[in-house]
Structures are given as C-alpha cells and as structure tokens.
Design a protein around this ligand. Structure first.
Ligand SMILES: Cc1cc2nc3c(=O)[nH]c(=O)nc-3n(C[C@H](O)[C@H](O)[C@H](O)COP(=O)(O)OP(=O)(O)OC[C@H]3O[C@@H](n4cnc5c(N)ncnc54)[C@H](O)[C@@H]3O)c2cc1C
Length: 378
C-alpha cells in the first residue's frame, strides 16, 4: 500500500465502519452511563466482528477502525481500543490456556479487559513501578500495592498487571501477570474524570498469582508493556485524527450556514483560513499515523520513534482542531450535550496517557541519537 493513500477497499471499509457506528453503536452509546463500562455496546462491537479484528488485524487496520469509529461514536471507539490494550498482551504473549480461556470472550464482548501499568508513584516513569510480587513458597507470588488511572477498572473481568518481581532492577525486574478480577484481595474504586470512559484505581492486598498467570517471561514484563504500546500508540493518534475530522466536519457545516455580517461565517477570510488550517493539520497527522502503522506492519526499523511521532503530532493536532472548532461555533459548542462539548472533554486525555507528549519527544530524541551513533560507528 502506498503510505499516502488508502486502497479503495480500505476506504470502503472505513465508510462502512462510520455508518455502522452511526446506526448500530451510537444508539447503544447514548443509553450508557458516563464512567461505567457499557456492556451492551461491547456486545454489539463483538456481534459486528470488530473486537475479533483486534486479534487478526495489523496496526494499520487498527488505526482505520479507531479513526472511523471515533468520527461517529467515540464511546464505541474507546470501548474497542481498551479491549485491545488489555487483551493484546494475552494475545501476543499468553500461553495457549490463557488465550483459550480469555480471547474468545474478549472478542464477543463478554469479558472486559484492562491494562494496569500506572501507579500513584509511577506514571511517565513506568519502570519505577512498585507493585510488589513477593515469592509465596512454590505456589507463586503475592501481589501487594496499588494501580491507578486504569481504564475499565474496577469493572473489568481481568487485568494485565505489571508487577515488580526483582526489587531494584528497574525495567528489568518487572513481570506481566493476567489477573482475573475475582482473585481474593483485589479491590477497586471508580475515579470521576473529565474523560468520559470508565477509569479506576485498584488495590492489591496479597493477591495470589502463579506461574500459570505470567504473560511472557518472569522479569521480562516491561517488554510486554512496551511491545503493546508500540502497537497502540499510532492508533491513539488515529483516534485523535477521527475526533479532529469530526470537529472539522461540524465546523464546515456550521460556518457554511451561520449568518454573520450580511453573509455567512465562511465568507470571512479569517474564518475560512482557520478552517483550511484545521484541514491541513488533520491531514498531515493522518498521513503520519498511516505511515507509522505501516512501518509497524512491515517490521521496518525505527518503529518506537515513528509511533511516538504519530501519537504526538496527532493528539496535539486534535487538541488544536477541536479547540478551533469550539471557537468557530461560539457559545453553542459549550452547551452540555453538543458534539464539540463532548469532543472538548475527550480530546484532552490522549496527550497524557500512553506516554505524555513530553515522553514521546524523549523517545524520538533517544532514537535519533542512537541512530546517528550507529551511523558514526560504521
Ligand atoms: C483518561 C486516562 C486513561 C488512562 N488509562 C490508563 C490505563 O488504562 N492503564 C494505565 O496503566 N494507565 C492509564 N492512564 C495513566 C497514564 O498512562 C498516566 O497518566 C501517564 O503515564 C502519565 O503519568 P502521570 O499522570 O503520573 O504523570 P507524571 O508522570 O507525573 O507526569 C506529569 C507531567 O510531567 C511531565 N513529564 C513527565 N515525564 C517527563 C519527561 N520525561 N520529560 C518531560 N516532561 C515530563 C509531562 O508534562 C507530564 O504530563 C490513564 C490516564 C488517563 C488520563
């Protein structure tokens, strides 16, 4: 596929996803309770075969799904993405038994997944995580500590939990565990956030886990986390591009129809140029997301840096585009229930989660210096 345009079948699939989102998913999303997992919405995503696509698609297809759903129904988009984020470690690193037990239920929307990396004392610096996995005889480990800001917590049915198996070893002493929500000692509470999807905190009080619960290898869990984030980062960008496109579409419609100063808003050059700038930046971000996802699918070099660039550019762009759309709509955009009021709340968090913008710049710079060092050594 050329990195600068989609094949006709891909464009047709995106159009189909947008109409499915409008006709089948939007009505279910509207019936959901903000901050709670919407199980009927997840079941419909399963019924439509979209959750199963999480495990058969490459990074580009994931981006196309997220962008298309976000244009019409961010709630469906986020529900899909969180299933992917929580279950990808099981899909990519899990044992046959773990995969057989959980993945069919994730795919039909019956089991809710979550990815539990962040802690009160370890956000951007994830390698500083402290949730302790202490040896518990021959049986395995006991998990003790806390996680916070975990999407889908505390309602998820299982958690991919990153815990410290080797104290003092930084990123090299972390293990990923698949922890079902009904394990004794695991409790949680919901957190009320600006971001409309469910988010919570988890408390681990000597939660028992065994070798059967390990995802991948002991002390190699950080690679599980980073491998998952390399796949999902461009797709966070795609989510942002979908929101930016929705804001741009709404702005075109509004400025075309709104009477102002004896004409329409679009007749004011200051307005039309802002709309052009929104479109320009959205398209640039979209191309960078597609290019980063294609690089991931092709196994090209420099994936972490390209994923970081795509996430950074797209999320910052979407913030700009949604904010400009609010400005050009005037007061009506801030009325509760307006599309832009919703997007204004949705668009903020992606600049913080899965690596804040500053963290993405750090990744890009690190890769650049590593690459130039390699070239100099040749
Ligand atoms: C809506 C939402 C959903 C989330 N869902 C999940 C989830 O499902 N699972 C999960 O594990 N976590 C989740 N998180 C947590 C998220 O990953 C963290 O918030 C993020 O990693 C940042 O950590 P922090 O909030 O502790 O900020 P801190 O690490 O304290 O950073 C605060 C700020 O400091 C600056 N900063 C930090 N590091 C650097 C640096 N190296 N260079 C320059 N500046 C820097 C940045 O401006 C950053 O925003 C979610 C967060 C939100 C808001």
């Amino acid at each position: 596929m050329p990195a600068f345009s989609l094949e006709p079948e891909q464009a047709a699939w995106c159009a189909e996803l947008r109409s499915l989102a409008a006709e089948r998913l939007r009505p279910l999303a509207d019936k959901g309770e903000p901050g709670r997992v919407n199980r009927p919405l997840l079941a419909e995503l399963g019924h439509l075969g979209l959750l199963a696509r999480l495990f058969t698609s490459g990074a580009l297809d994931l981006c196309l799904m997220r962008e298309s759903l976000a244009q019409t129904c961010t709630e469906a988009e986020t529900a899909l993405a969180l299933q992917g984020l929580g279950a990808h470690p099981v899909h990519a690193y899990g044992s046959t038994a773990q995969r057989e037990r959980w993945l069919p239920r994730v795919a039909d929307g019956g089991a809710v997944a979550a990815f539990a990396l962040s802690e009160p004392g370890a956000g951007s610096d994830a390698a500083a995580l402290a949730l302790a996995a202490e040896p518990d005889g021959a049986a395995g480990w006991r998990l003790t500590g806390a996680k916070c800001w975990i999407s889908n917590a505390p309602e998820a049915d299982f958690y991919t939990v990153f815990a410290r198996t080797t104290p003092g070893a930084g990123a090299r002493g972390v293990t990923a565990f698949l922890v079902p929500a009904d394990r004794p000692g695991l409790t949680g509470s919901a957190l009320e956030m600006i971001s409309p999807h469910p988010i919570g905190a988890l408390d681990f009080d000597a939660v028992p886990v065994t070798a059967d619960d390990v995802l991948g290898e002991v002390d190699r869990g950080f690679a599980v986390a980073m491998g998952t984030l390399n796949l999902f980062r461009p797709s966070v960008g795609a989510f942002a591009v979908g929101m930016a496109q929705a804001a741009l579409d709404a702005t075109l419609e509004h400025t075309r129809g709104r009477d102002a100063f004896g004409g329409k808003l679009m007749d004011l050059q200051a307005v039309a140029h802002q709309v052009a700038e929104m479109a320009l930046r959205t398209e640039a971000a979209r191309l960078m997301v597609y290019a980063a996802a294609t690089a991931y699918d092709d196994g090209a070099p420099g994936v972490p840096g390209r994923a970081a660039m795509a996430k950074l550019l797209a999320t910052e762009t979407a913030q700009y585009v949604v904010d400009t759309a609010v400005q050009l709509h005037g007061a009506r955009a801030l009325r509760r229930g307006h599309l832009l009021e919703h997007l204004y709340r949705e668009v903020r968090a992606p600049r913080i989660y899965e690596g804040a913008s500053e963290v993405q710049r750090g990744i890009i710079a690190r890769e650049l210096y590593a690459m130039t060092r390699e070239e100099a050594a040749r």
